[in-house]
Design a protein around this ligand. Structure first.
Ligand code: PMP
Length: 344
């Protein structure tokens, strides 16, 4: 465990080795033992610390990066924060091209962490020169010695979890894990972790969590990109409107889809039942567990590990705001008390 009397050289020494915490109440009506891998215990409060550190250190090993160089990415989310944090400690410039949809809070947070933030119009298509994809690409071409993290299409995203999250879970469960349940955005977390775990024991069942409005589940089943699957949804970090090469579909057994509304209520329920203040996608992952449990997926003695990707503090103006919940109509059919009894 990392939380002992040790003194650390800098914040990066605390990346990884996150705790596995038994869920005692929220899963009580299902058979099996349930454990959450709580990634909020990373110093940047999310699993993205692992990929930021790994991708940057790989570039250093290959001699691509030297102090003062620039690291570029297209996100205002967790990955942006993690890259900014690693850049501060290692002495790099961090440039983030983000969508104008990003909240002012997020942009302020990234600027506080020393990032240079380019705010790009949200309403333009991905190939428009003003889109954040194109701005990032152009900056990468223009800035000498820059590295583009490109998390959706970077195999090192998978490696980061193959090298750390996978072995940690295997050791923490003493090899007794039977199920892994994880959200899929870039797919790096589930793919890298599953690849490691299945190499140890091929019968471990790996279940991905996808959003309604995303193409990932359908692609897994048909290997076809079906545009009809795509429509707007609210959960950030889950699912996608394209197929990321950072997802290894072969190591995932099945996907479960979850709704914005149920995931939001479930995230709030995790806080109320387990005292764990985690993000929206942790609610999504638990919502998938509930669906699987209702379908008798789990049996006595099973050891089910669920990845909770980030901390609740990033969602204060969303899932944890009653005002936002009301605006979405999420309190229309169920109030909070009803949600607790209906869902579990
Ligand atoms: N949850 C949150 C909050 C995220 O930001 C992400 C990353 N997009 C994920 C889950 C999914 O992780 P991955 O990208 O490794 O699939």
């Amino acid at each position: 465990m990392k939380h002992n009397n040790q003194v650390f050289d800098n914040v990066l020494d605390l990346v990884g080795n996150t705790p596995l915490i038994r869920l005692n109440k929220i899963t009580s009506k299902f058979k099996g033992n349930f454990f959450a891998k709580v990634e909020a215990f990373n110093p940047g409060n999310s699993s993205k610390d692992r990929i930021a550190l790994h991708i940057i250190e790989e570039a250093e090993r290959k001699g691509i990066l030297s102090p003062g160089d620039t690291i570029i990415e297209t996100t205002s989310g967790n990955t942006g924060f993690s890259i900014a944090m690693v850049s501060i400690i290692k002495g790099y410039e961090c440039v983030l091209a983000v969508s104008s949809k990003s909240s002012a809070d997020k942009i302020d947070m990234l600027k506080t962490m020393g990032a240079k933030v380019y705010v790009c119009p949200a309403h333009v298509s991905a190939d428009d020169p003003r889109s954040y994809y194109q701005v990032a690409k152009r900056l990468h071409e223009e800035i000498n010695g820059s590295v583009y993290i490109n998390q959706y299409f970077n195999e090192l995203n998978i490696d980061a979890h193959y090298n750390s999250t996978g072995p940690e879970i295997w050791n923490q469960t003493e090899g007794k894990i039977t199920h892994l349940i994880a959200c899929s955005g870039t797919g790096g977390t589930i793919s890298g972790t599953a690849k490691y775990l299945k190499e140890q024991n091929s019968s471990i069942k790996v279940i991905g969590v996808d959003a309604f409005g995303s193409v990932i589940k359908k692609y897994h089943e048909t290997r076809e990109f079906d545009e009809k699957e795509i429509y707007p949804y609210r959960i950030e970090g889950l699912g996608k409107n394209l197929i990321p090469t950072a997802t290894n579909f072969d190591v995932i057994d099945e996907f479960v889809k979850v709704t914005d509304e149920e995931s939001a209520h479930t995230a709030r329920l995790i806080a109320k039942t387990e005292g764990l203040f985690v993000g929206y996608t942790s609610g999504a992952a638990m919502q998938a567990v509930a669906q699987l449990g209702e379908n008798n997926e789990f049996k006595e003695g099973d050891n089910i590990v669920i990845i909770f990707p980030d901390h609740g503090s990033r969602y204060m103006s969303k899932v944890y705001s009653d005002k936002w919940m009301k605006e979405q109509g999420f309190f229309d059919s169920i109030n909070e008390e009803a949600a607790e009894t209906i869902q579990y």
